[in-house]
Design a protein around this ligand. Structure first.
Ligand SMILES: [Zn+2]
Length: 118
């Protein structure tokens, strides 16, 4: 779908440039209008692609809201499953829908989703 719009945009751009090169007064207006339409289409495709790219960011934002929303979460102590060292929020990382914690002492990486307390 987007590639079709992009193709049309490039076609309009080329057609507009040809009109501009021809350089009659009438052609200048037509060429300018075509180039303008091409730019609008390209901006449209660019913006729709940016919306798609920002979707994963929205997911992690929703997650952060649920984390800060429940104040009881902070009272629970997180401990490393390997060496038992206490872990803070700084050791947590949100990776594609899941949460991964890295122990600063022994370097053990584990997923929070596996814990029944969460
Ligand atoms: Zn550890």
């Amino acid at each position: 779908m987007e590639s079709v719009i992009l193709f049309v945009a490039i076609f309009l751009m080329l057609l507009g440039v040809i009109f501009l090169i021809a350089a009659g007064t009438q052609n200048l207006i037509t060429g300018g209008a075509l180039v303008l339409m091409a730019i609008v289409l390209m901006v449209f495709v660019y913006r729709s692609k940016r919306i798609e790219a920002s979707k994963p960011t929205l997911v992690s934002q929703n997650f952060n809201v649920t984390m800060s929303g429940s104040g009881q979460m902070e009272k629970k102590e997180l401990n490393c499953r390997s060496c038992g060292a206490p872990l803070s929020d700084n050791n947590l990382k949100v990776v594609q829908g899941g949460v991964i914690m890295t122990c600063p002492y022994c370097g053990t990486v584990s997923s929070l989703e596996e814990s029944p307390k969460w």
